[in-house]
Design a protein around this ligand. Structure first.
Ligand SMILES: *Cc1c(COP(=O)(O)O)cnc(C)c1O
Length: 359
């Protein structure tokens, strides 16, 4: 028997979340962001669940290939563009839309001869200071060079917000103003909003939007639960109890004896550890769900196991199913106490965890 641990991906939740995002998009086209193996949910599943999206956005050519192999015929946006000239053959063959964020990429493009004009999103750096052209002369020169290439077609100008997860309007306005200043004279499309901008800053315009995290049912904002955005968890991580221990007062649990029982304690040992993607940094008291109640973790998370306090779940013996995150325990709740974000936990789901599908 394989280890009793599972991730369940709920395709109905993915479809529901896309519908919610589309409602917020109010007519703008929706690129469903599926980078990092669809935030750990699987590119092929995303292709099936996000059939109503206008395009997929990702940044790995192998993932673009997988999406095409899975039958995705609509546009695919490469969020970081291509990295070397050889990539352009793949971009051409798979008919990808590419971000261009640097003059080096324009030089590579100039030297290639694709079969069809390459669709381009020109990336503008408005304050994130990662990718993109950052001042007016650079933007204008990039645009002029691309527009002079017969095999390039700039289909949109885009930027990415650094602070959209804050509720106040000023969170995006400085970047929005800068964007408008840098693209002056541009009559074509703009591609602007991630999940946080889409759901929390309705005045951000553009022709298309790029939600990611909300599609998977987690929150883009640190102080706001996913449920407040009307989305549902698509990933559940659960594992079974494989042993129980009765621990007397003063007894410890796990490596480093980071936890010592104050009262008699019934401990359940769960077949999930950090090698499955559960964060080792999750402290004592991180919630889990078993037999319809929330129970706290006790002791340090180890590679293949973690422990929960089953004192108040007397029915839960060997074989009891424990939800580590999912519809009862929001992934963001585990992430917050572990000092990270839901994004990181879902992306880090380990390859060794068997995945089931529902919906
Ligand atoms: C990841 C990413 C997104 C999606 O961000 P979420 O916060 O998951 O909605 C949008 N745009 C770009 C450029 C990205 O890299």
């Amino acid at each position: 028997m394989p280890r009793p641990i599972n991730a369940t991906i709920d395709l109905a939740a993915l479809r529901h979340n896309l519908t919610v995002a589309r409602r917020h998009a109010r007519g703008r086209r929706v690129w469903a962001v599926v980078k990092a193996n669809a935030y750990g949910h699987g590119i092929e599943r995303a292709v099936r669940a996000f059939g109503d999206a206008d395009g997929l956005a990702l940044l790995d050519l192998a993932e673009a290939q997988r999406a095409r192999d899975a039958g995705w015929r609509k546009p695919i946006l490469l969020l970081e563009g291509f990295f070397e000239p050889a990539d352009l053959d793949v971009v051409d063959r798979l008919d990808l839309t590419s971000v261009i964020h640097d003059a080096e990429q324009i030089a590579m493009l100039r030297a290639c001869r694709p079969q069809r004009p390459l669709a381009i999103h020109l990336k503008i750096n408005t304050g994130m200071n990662r990718l993109g052209f950052a001042d007016l002369p650079a933007v204008q020169e990039a645009l002029a060079q691309l527009q002079a290439l017969p095999h390039a077609r700039v289909t949109a100008l885009m930027t990415h917000f650094a602070n959209a997860d804050r509720d106040d309007a000023v969170a995006v306005d400085a970047q929005l103003q800068r964007f408008k200043r840098l693209i002056q004279g541009w009559q074509g499309e703009m591609c602007l909003a991630n999940s946080a901008a889409l759901f929390m800053h309705s005045h951000v315009g553009g022709a298309s939007v790029r939600p990611g995290i909300v599609l998977y049912g987690a929150s883009p904002a640190p102080d706001k639960a996913a449920a407040a955005f009307g989305v549902r968890a698509a990933m559940t991580l659960s594992a079974r109890v494989i042993a129980t221990q009765q621990v007397a007062p003063g007894g410890g649990v796990g490596y480093g004896v980071q936890f010592a029982a104050a009262t008699p304690l019934r401990v359940g040992v769960v077949a999930c550890g950090y090698a499955d993607g559960y964060p080792r940094s999750a402290p004592n008291g991180t919630p889990a769900f078993v037999e319809n109640i929330r129970v706290p973790t006790v002791g340090r998370v180890s590679m293949d196991m973690l422990c929960v306090d089953l004192t108040h779940a007397p029915q839960a013996g060997i074989g009891a199913e424990v939800e580590l995150w999912g519809s009862h325990i929001p992934i963001d709740e585990v992430a917050t106490v572990a000092g990270t974000v839901g994004y990181e936990l879902m992306c880090a789901l380990a390859a060794r965890v068997p995945v089931r599908e529902i919906g």
